[in-house]
Design a protein. Structure first.
Length: 123
């Protein structure tokens, strides 16, 4: 799987709300930066995802657009994008978006997500 395919698979699997489906895509020593804080390693990243899924509910849908692969090499790649989400809360649809960066590294033939940074839009 290429770096681009890993990011596509990751985005698709997030919507299944089962972290076990993401483990083979995220480096064991990855660091994720979310509004909720810094999450290092699979256990901390799992806890952050599961807390978000709990808060957002099963109807949440997540997707990326405006992808720009700012670096692509034999052993590392980085992509910036707009992330989007929508869900239903109290019977009303709500949605939002922000900006993100994902960094991937290749170890042997396997591409891993090693860093993700999601944040609100400035302003």
């Amino acid at each position: 799987m290429s770096a681009r395919h890993v990011l596509e698979a990751y985005t698709d699997r997030i919507n299944r709300q089962d972290f076990d489906l993401l483990v083979d895509l995220i480096a064991p020593d990855a660091t994720f930066w979310f509004t909720s804080g810094t999450h290092r390693g699979i256990a901390a990243i799992r806890a952050a995802f599961e807390a978000t899924w709990q808060a957002m509910g099963p109807s949440e849908r997540y997707w990326l657009d405006q992808l720009e692969w700012i670096a692509e090499g034999d052993s590392a790649a980085a992509c910036t994008y707009r992330f989007n989400w929508e869900t239903v809360a109290d019977g009303k649809p709500i949605s939002g978006s922000g900006r993100g960066t994902t960094v991937l590294k290749r170890v042997g033939e396997h591409w891993w997500i090693t860093h993700e940074h999601l944040s609100r839009w400035p302003g």
